[in-house]
Design a protein around this ligand. Structure first.
Ligand code: PEP
Ligand code: MG
Length: 755
């Protein structure tokens, strides 16, 4: 049985539906709807306020007030009773509105005669998009039932407000008046940067309307043609897309393999044979797979569902012929792609030189499309519910990947700000690029070894672009993660050799496989662990599964033929682990020599300092290690017992604090005393102010991300080592939670460039 509220609301909604299905213009429709609501609810007045931007509501339709007040009344969020409803997203009623503390008098409305008030929020994905109000001249206490009815009506009215024709109407108003519709929406940034351009809504998923096929043979034929066409186009796309070699191409290849997967295709064929249309058969095959995979805890498998959805959608668009309309945006210069979800191949549908931003409603940081976009320096925002439905192709969109905001139809002032930010970034980039030829030398002549970290093959380009001293960290797990199967020795060797070749005579430090925790391999079943960050990961895995380590070091040895090879082991928690890993490498070296193969001219073996326990064994370790490199990301995580992936903790502890800086100071002092090469390859080395503190502590080798290289170099060239060392050491006595403000002030006072 339905509640009385629903029953009564249904009667009113029937009347409203007749209006919405009619031919009137939007303002007339809205006026009629508001009149119906007022009359049916026995109110003397009713009004519909619509959010026009971040902070304002405007009266879009009303009944019962003096004259035509439509579009003449605006209110701030929080202003008056209406503003209060919008701000709190909660209904509000007042028997005597004038006596309510939040009441604000609007002379334009001529509200003098009205006493009681009921306002309910109009919402979309739990965000306020307006307010619907009733007012009565008599003192009237609105009942729970009346509120329920109005809230039910508001749900439907909200749908009307986001309808296509309403959006068009709002756009006309914007054009006429130069105002913005909405707003600044907070999301989750998956890739930093700023971009502004016209929205291209990446819409491929269609609901299947025809389920049963009349002619099976014909249907199989349609399926075969669409599938073949899709694969031919994909093949062309992949060979013509100049993304450079490396993992993103691997990702795309994996995707292509999926599209050609026989098992999946056969399932669709079988579904057609059982009587379904090709479209319904594709959906059924997807659903089957979804049912099997969605329950798994394996995040890699879950990610594959994105790829599968992507391939299924693509095939649907070939079945419907829709794929031909993809050129609609060809003439636009700057685009922001908006998708519910998308696969990496979809991005290739657009000229990536034109993509200024990407918004993926269901995006996650590890999804492939985000990895590809990042490699292409495209800002990406995810996790904004409803945005895919809200944005229409052609609307102006600004994406702020630094602060995680999306602006829909930004005000001219906001557009200007964006353009300024983009120009500023380009100027800075150009200025930093000029530093390329200059040495990473401090004001007092101390040469700092400045290296880069690489993972994606795209990063290899930074070797030339930065003119760096070498590669301070090669995260070898990245190609492993992007591959569908464990790469064999030859494949690994090819990856490593490519890097060695690109690096020429520069130093390259390879890190052995550092998987586990958040870095999962698709082809390994991952047992769930209570505490994966301190679980079976990294060197713990490769020592237990020694064959993997042996194969990897063999590939290192072969790739470095005739050159110097530097190998380091991650997550070492005890000297014995380092000894075991080192011995494994040396045995392989001997084997290679015996085999008569070419070997490196020299082999240096080191380790990462990431676990605090090894700091207490450092003197002994330094006797056996050729070099050490500090992984400050993990070292900070374990020192503060603070999950590095938990956003709630991001600001709780600071590496720029006395305990952590003391720890870092101790490590470099011991390494120097032992005469062992020591560098930092964690994020601290990529952040100019933190890198400045490291130099103050005595570090002379830093390895930063390719993208931050110029900023770190600029800091180095403007700092005086002797002075900053004195200052940093003086700070170590401080017990403040963070020393960042002091260090920033120091940099500012001493003209040290911190961008
Ligand atoms: C670190 O922990 O600082 C580090 C460089 O390794 P990763 O970030 O790959 O764990
Ligand atoms: Mg680490």
């Amino acid at each position: 049985m339905q509640s009385p509220a629903i029953n009564q609301a249904m009667d009113i909604l029937k009347l409203i539906r007749q209006v919405t299905e009619g031919q009137d213009d939007v303002p007339v429709k809205l006026a009629k709807i508001i009149r119906i609501i007022a009359e049916q609810m026995k109110a003397d007045a009713a009004a519909c306020y619509v959010a026009v931007d971040d902070s304002y509501l405007e009266l879009f339709a009303s009944y019962g007030f003096n004259g035509d007040v439509t579009h003449k009344v605006t209110l701030r969020y929080g202003e008056g009773l209406v503003g209060e409803v919008a701000k709190n997203n909660r209904s509000l009623s007042a028997t005597d509105a004038w006596a309510h503390p939040k009441f604000s008098y609007k002379p334009e409305l001529g509200e003098e005669e009205y006493k009681s008030f009921l306002g309910v929020p109009l919402t979309r994905w739990s965000r306020s998009i307006g307010v619907l109000t009733l007012q009565n001249k008599e003192v009237h206490e609105y009942s729970r039932l009346e509120t329920d009815i109005l809230e039910t009506i508001a749900m439907v009215l909200s749908e009307v407000l986001v309808s296509e024709e309403m959006t068009e109407y709002k756009k006309t108003l914007i054009k006429e008046r130069g105002i913005a519709t909405r707003e600044r929406i907070k999301g989750l940034s998956l890739s930093k940067g700023y971009g502004i351009g016209n929205a291209v809504v990446h819409r491929r998923r269609q609901s299947v309307t025809k389920i049963f096929a009349e002619d099976k043979e014909k249907e199989l034929q349609r399926l075969e043609t669409a599938h073949r066409q899709m694969n031919e186009d994909l093949d062309k796309k992949f060979t013509s897309t100049k993304l450079g070699i490396g993992e993103h191409v691997d990702i795309l290849d994996a995707y292509r393999m999926f599209a050609k997967d026989k098992g999946w295709y056969k399932k669709i064929e079988d579904n057609v044979k059982s009587g379904l249309t090709a479209e319904a058969a594709v959906e059924r095959a997807y659903e089957d797979m979804w049912n099997r995979l969605s329950g798994t805890n394996d995040s890699y498998l879950k990610e594959r569902l994105h790829d599968l959805r992507d391939v299924a959608d693509r095939l649907q668009s070939y079945l419907s012929g829709d794929f031909k309309n993809r050129d609609e945006v060809k003439n636009w210069k700057d685009i922001v792609v908006v998708a519910q979800t998308m696969g990496p191949a979809d991005l290739m549908d657009y000229d990536y030189h034109k993509i200024r931003g990407l918004i993926i409603e269901d995006g996650t940081p590890t999804m492939h499309v985000a990895i590809v976009a990042k490699a292409l320096s495209i800002p990406v925002i995810a996790k904004i519910k409803g945005i895919f439905e809200e944005i229409k192709t052609g609307e102006l969109i600004a994406v702020d990947g630094n602060d995680s905001y999306v602006y829909i139809n930004p005000l001219p002032a906001v557009q200007e700000k964006f353009k300024a930010k983009i120009a500023e970034k380009e100027k800075l980039q150009a200025r930093l690029a000029e530093l390329k030829k200059l040495p990473a030398k401090t004001l007092d002549g101390v040469r700092i070894g400045l290296y880069i970290n690489v993972g994606l093959a795209f990063d290899f380009d930074y070797i030339e672009a930065t003119n760096c001293d070498g590669i301070g960290l090669y995260r070898t797990e990245i190609p492993f993660m992007a591959s569908d199967v464990m790469p064999n020795v030859e494949q690994q060797m090819a990856y490593y050799k490519e890097l060695m070749d690109r690096a020429g005579n520069k130093k390259v430090i390879f890190r052995s496989l550092d998987v586990g925790s958040d870095k999962l391999l698709p082809y390994w079943s991952n047992m769930s662990e209570e505490n994966p960050a301190i679980g079976w990961r990294s060197i713990r895995i490769t020592l237990d599964r020694r064959a993997i380590l042996r194969k990897q070091v063999r590939a290192f040895l072969r790739a470095a033929e005739g050159k110097e090879l530097n190998v380091m082991f991650p997550m070492i928690s005890d000297l014995s682990e380092f000894e075991e890993a080192k011995e494994t490498l040396l045995i392989e070296l001997e084997k290679e020599k015996r085999r008569g193969g070419a070997v490196p001219s020299k082999v240096n073996v080191g380790l990462m300092i990431e676990v605090p326990s090894v700091v207490f064994q450092l003197e002994d370790i330094l006797k056996q290690a050729d070099f050490i490199s500090i992984g400050t990301n993990d070292l900070a995580q374990f020192t503060f017992a603070c999950d590095r992936g938990n956003p709630r903790l991001t600001e709780r502890y600071d590496v720029l604090s006395s305990p952590f800086l003391k720890l870092m100071g101790e490590i470099v002092a011991k390494a120097d005393a032992a005469g062992v090469y020591c560098s930092v390859c964690g994020e601290m080395a990529s952040n100019p102010i933190e890198a400045m503190a490291l130099i103050g502590l005595g570090y002379r080798n830093l390895s930063s991300s390719g993208a931050s290289y110029g900023r770190v170099k600029s800091m180095i060239r403007s700092v005086n080592v002797e002075e900053v060392s004195d200052y940093v050491k003086s700070l170590l006595k401080s017990q403040k939670r963070t020393l960042r403000p002091q260090l920033m002030a120091y940099a500012y006072d001493h003209g040290i460039e911190i961008y």
